[in-house]
Structures are given as C-alpha cells and as structure tokens.
Write a protein that binds this ligand. Structure first.
Ligand SMILES: Nc1ncnc2c1ncn2[C@@H]1O[C@H](COP(=O)(O)OP(=O)(O)OP(=O)(O)O)[C@@H](O)[C@H]1O
Length: 269
C-alpha cells in the first residue's frame, strides 16, 4: 500500500489476489464449538470486501485467523503468497475502540508501532509519513493533542493513521465505527472509502450493518449461523466513489433487500 498511489475505481485494478483462504475450519476444543466451516476467500488488490452474518456466526474468529492472532484448525491462510502463521507487519487491524494511549500525543500514538518495532530512530524517520497521514485523515493541526481531547471520530481517524503507518498490504476492520453515532459513522465510512481509494488499500470489514456493507464494498459475503460458512457473495456494482446519497437509490435498496432476505432466511441455515 503506498500513499502516492492514484485513486482508481475497483474495475481499474488488476485482479491480483492478495489474500487467500482455503478450506478454513475452526473449532474451539475446550468448549466443543465449531466456529467456522470450510471458509474460502480471495481478496484482490485494492478491493473492499465485507462479511455480514448473525451474532456469534464466527465473523470475529475469521478476522482473528486472517490477522494471524489465531490459527485455523484446518485449512490455509496466505497473504501475498506466504502463509500467515502469526501477527505480521503487513497486516493492519482496526477495532471498535481506537485504543490510543492517553499519555501520548496523537503524533506519538501514530508513530508508536514503528517505535516498538524498529526503535526511536526509525520512528523519527517516519515523521514525514505520519504528517502526510494526518493530513490525509483531516487531523492536521492535532499532532500535539492528547486522545482525551479528541472526539470519538477523531480518535478513530488517528487509529486509521496508526494502522496505515506501517504500510500494510491488507487492512482488517472489526466494526471500526460502531461505537459512533449514526451521523458520524456514515461520515467516517465515507472517509474510510476515500482513504482506501487513495492508498489503494485491500480491505476486509466485519459489520452487522447491511447498509454499511453495501455502501463500502465491492463484494459482500454473507455468512451462515455457526458454524460460519460463506453462503453467498454479492458483487456490488455501484460506481466509485460512493456517496451517502446513493443509499436512497433503488439499486442500493435492491442490494440491501436481497441481503436482508437471505439473512432473514437464517442465511440458509
Ligand atoms: N476463544 C474462544 N473460545 C471458545 N469459543 C469461542 C472463542 N471465541 C469465540 N468463540 C465462540 O465461537 C463462536 C463465534 O464467535 P465470534 O466472536 O467469531 O462470532 P461473531 O460472528 O464475531 O459474533 P458477534 O457478531 O456477536 O460479534 C461463538 O459461539 C463464540 O462463543
């Protein structure tokens, strides 16, 4: 992922597969729970995909496996042709809470992953990149501000910078804006789209919101109730960049309706 990459519509991207999951199963032996069953997934360079499904169907488990935070019981997880066997620098993650350290400034929080990984000197060398990212997310001027003085949306913007500073190949998002009110959430989703297009990011989002999945994604994967498996992939053929106004169009409504219909049938459980 490079920040200088031009923003292009997904159709303009080469369809290079970045992330590939084959036959992923996950069982939690201690509780005798089968969380995932035969999950196959390919993410293409520069694409935005999401997964939606009922509570407890295995979405977070899938994301943790993709991030290398958990291992699958069976199957393979490959990123850029290499197996994901643990946490990796080329995978960025973002969660519901921004989890910024309150005693560090915005700028220091953003540089922290570099400092932890490569030391103070490297963090100093990344200063220009941090400033570029702060500008990208509209936080220019807030470098020296502490997290307690940031709004929820601003803190999540800072978390986006912290995720992007290591130039990950893929970004994994676990309901990143669900703690925000609806207006801010819509706005942040549009910001997320803009940042992803500008950085040519390959993104994968876990969400409970059908509308959010449709407005952001090139592909929405619907997961069955536990054990989670993908039952259908909806290709969302809406122009980019997407706008909030599109959410009132019949095309958008038709996608939402089809996905809701499938989920209403228990996603074919
Ligand atoms: N560490 C664990 N040990 C045992 N069982 C677990 C563990 N983590 C998750 N589970 C179980 O695996 C299933 C899937 O959980 P997961 O958190 O992946 O679902 P989810 O789709 O993300 O749920 P939600 O939408 O409510 O966040 C659940 O039944 C859960 O209880």
């Amino acid at each position: 992922m490079t920040l200088s990459a031009q923003a292009t519509a997904p159709a303009g991207h080469s369809p290079r597969p970045v992330y590939q999951l084959h036959g992923v199963n996950k069982s939690y032996a201690q509780r005798n729970v089968v969380a995932l069953s035969n999950v196959n997934l390919t993410l293409h360079q520069g694409s935005f995909s999401s997964v939606i499904g009922s509570s407890g169907c295995g979405k977070s488990t899938l994301l943790k496996i993709m991030a290398g935070l958990q291992s699958p019981s069976e199957g393979s997880v490959m990123l850029d042709g290499k197996p994901v066997l643990g946490p990796r620098e080329d995978i960025g993650m973002m969660f519901q809470q921004a989890t910024l350290l309150p005693w560090l400034t915005t700028l220091e929080n953003i540089l922290l992953p570099i400092e932890i990984r490569s030391g103070r000197h490297s963090a100093r060398a990344a200063l220009d990149k941090a400033h570029t990212l702060l500008e990208l997310v509209g936080l220019k001027g807030f470098e020296a501000v502490y997290p307690g003085e940031l709004s929820g949306g601003m803190a999540q913007r800072a978390a986006i910078c912290r995720m992007l500073i290591g130039e990950p190949k893929v970004i994994l998002l676990d309901e990143p804006f669900s703690a925000l009110d609806e207006i801010n959430r819509d706005f942040m989703n549009m910001e997320l789209q803009r940042i992803c297009l500008q950085a040519n990011a390959t993104a994968f989002l876990v969400t409970h919101s059908i509308a959010e999945a449709v407005i952001l994604s090139d592909v929405v994967h619907v997961m069955s109730p536990r054990p989670g498996r993908f039952v259908e992939a909806f290709e969302i053929d809406l122009l980019r960049p997407r706008t909030l106004d599109m959410m009132t169009t019949p095309e958008f409504g038709a996608y939402v309706h089809r996905i809701r219909d499938l989920l209403g049938k228990g996603a074919l459980s």
